[in-house]
Design a protein around this ligand. Structure first.
Ligand SMILES: NC(=O)c1ccc[n+]([C@@H]2O[C@H](COP(=O)([O-])OP(=O)(O)OC[C@H]3O[C@@H](n4cnc5c(N)ncnc54)[C@H](OP(=O)(O)O)[C@@H]3O)[C@@H](O)[C@H]2O)c1
Length: 239
């Protein structure tokens, strides 16, 4: 594990608990399951924006290997998911199948932090993608139930991993719907979303509205398959 930038008193941080409502440069961001396409794409953009990123994995050696590929982009290191959970702000990019077990094992590490959940519980059959029924209502609500001392925020569900991780794309475009119970935590994550070139973080409701947002990804995948695209969403008529 690298030395964290929060060792310096001048280093940035992001937490709603201390009343800080903006994300500052050099925030240490941990990504659980960061070795997959979504984790890698967010790593590229967060590192390019000046944040330090710890890619987490069930296999720290794999995370270190993935991190090495982003050395030219910025301050990126790899470690275990527990190492990533020690960051100032933590993003969850694992498949829904592993979501509850992983978060349930990191309750203490994630306490008093913003945890950004971008998990879309989806299934695929011969008719294509579909939204799974989640007992808690959504993956984000499941995370909030598992992590009662964390500020869980849902975001980045509709941002294409392919576009995020394309070094030749100067702008990603599209809006990032941000859902949460805590205004300060939502503000931090809206700020974080806006560090992605061309993207905009928009408050989209309390966590009880996360289910339809996660499910909408099935529609985007259907669009992508029909039109050979990497579609995102855009909200109209905002100032
Ligand atoms: N791909 C996209 O465009 C996109 C866009 C928006 C949101 N999302 C959401 O982001 C999440 C990640 O997407 P992805 O495409 O990157 O997924 P992925 O490649 O299937 O999984 C990401 C990483 O999660 C870890 N993992 C796999 N199964 C696990 C389990 N059972 N328990 C714990 N960790 C496990 C693996 O890392 P290790 O083997 O290294 O531990 C894997 O590299 C998904 O929930 C997806 O719905 C994806």
């Amino acid at each position: 594990m690298m030395t964290t930038p929060t060792d310096s008193p001048d280093a940035g941080h992001a937490t709603a608990v201390g009343g800080v409502v903006t994300i500052e440069p050099m925030t240490l961001i941990g990504i659980l399951g960061g070795t997959g396409p979504q984790g890698r794409g967010l790593t590229r953009r967060f590192a390019a924006a000046g944040h330090a990123v710890v890619i987490g994995s069930r296999d720290p050696a794999r995370a270190e290997q993935v991190a090495a590929a982003y050395a030219e982009v910025g301050d990126v290191s790899g470690g275990s998911n527990r190492d990533a959970a020690a960051a100032d702000l933590v993003v969850v990019t694992v498949p829904y199948e592993g979501h509850a077990e992983l978060l349930g094992s990191l309750v203490e590490e994630l306490a008093d932090k913003i945890v950004v959940d971008c998990v879309n519980p989806l299934g695929f059959d011969r008719q294509g993608p579909y939204a799974l029924t989640v007992p808690a209502g959504s993956a984000a609500q499941e995370a909030a139930a598992l992590l009662p001392r964390s500020q869980v925020v849902g975001a980045f569900h509709h941002v294409s991993a392919v576009r995020l991780d394309d070094p030749d794309l100067d702008t990603i475009g599209g809006d990032v719907l941000v859902l949460g119970e805590d205004r300060d935590a939502v503000a931090v994550v809206c700020d974080l979303a806006t560090t992605i070139p061309g993207a905009r973080g928009i408050y989209a409701g309390r966590l009880r509205l996360a289910g339809p947002v996660e499910a909408l990804t099935a529609n985007l995948i259907a669009i992508n398959r029909r039109y050979q695209a990497h579609a995102g969403i855009a909200v109209t008529d905002l100032p």
